[in-house]
Design a protein around this ligand. Sequence first.
Ligand code: PLP
Length: 399
Amino acid sequence: MTDLSIFTTAVHAGERVPRGEFTPVATPIYPSVGYLYDDMETLDAVFAGTRQGPVYARYGNPTNAALEAAVAALEGGEAALSYGSGMAAIHGALLAAGVRAGTAVVAARDVYGATYALLSKLLASQGVTVHFVDATDLDAVEAALAAARPVALLVETISNPLLKVADLPRLAELAHVAGASLIVDNTFATPYLCRPLAHGADYVVHSATKYLAGHGDVLGGVVVTSAGRRAALNEINKLVGGNLGPQEAWLILRGIKTLPLRVERQCASALQVARWLAGHPRVSRVNYPGLPEHPQHELASRLLERGGFGAMISFELKNGNRAAVFRFMEALKLILPATTLGDVYSLVLYPAMSSHRGLDPEERRRIGIGDGLVRLSIGIEDPAEIIADLEQALISHSP
Ligand SMILES: Cc1ncc(COP(=O)(O)O)c(C=O)c1O
């Protein structure tokens, strides 16, 4: 499937694994926990891994295997493992990269709030040393890697919520020179815009809850990597059991079929919305990699494929604070104030209250997440109607 375009791959990858006399066109949902084989020798071989097949749901499942094959094909990776959430996937990748007591991790400072808290609170409490850096400052990254000698460098291709773009080829070089694995959260970019493995990443993680599934009705995560590392991820997961259920795997696999169509349209609409916001008198700043004034616009143009820059935008309300943001969000009629992103619906979120609530206000300010920052996820609706909704809400938010 790797030679086909992403539109074709998204529709067919992972499907139609022959099983017996007929082959279902769409992979069925396998709710079975256990699996039978003709004889004990075969079952033993499946347990040993010398023969492929399901044996127990925590070890793998045919519906999940179809999803994993699809995401691996889209990301250009050898293999993938699905998880019950994006956070479980990130945790799995960190553990597989060797994170444990006495080791260090270097991470981008403006990662998703729960990722930041996983590193700075949970893993730190377990004896992991965590260093946050501005991942757009390659000298700072190099210095942090040299000082910490970490087992992993973790970045987001396009960061949540400040929309900074990571120079993946250079970061991969720096990580590897320092002996670290590069883990890339590709949730915002999706494989439509970027395939981090081709740029040297060792693990690509997704919150499949977002663009991969795309419809706001399922929680899931995926790690894409080499076949060898996938085996290591699965050995860890057999112990911790962060599995994605087969119903959810099926929904994500179904969502993936329209991923390129959705993201193509969402990117085009987001560019229109970002340009419009940038000219609005009640907006003091717009973070969107597709705008020429974005600090990594040139890098984004090189790194991101198909002329797109993503469908996430963040912006500062002029003289914005919590009350002004609340007024603005309550005034929106079409754009939904729901705590998620990447869906067919346009969504708005207040990072200080939700995605980055786990950080104390001082930490948030240091990262650059101010009290007037709003995050938008552009859906597949008519962009003119998205803009009209923003316009009426911006007018009514003003004091
Ligand atoms: C960039 C990014 N990575 C990871 C996650 C975590 O994903 P999940 O909510 O599926 O656990 C999120 C959630 O918003 C996210 O935005």
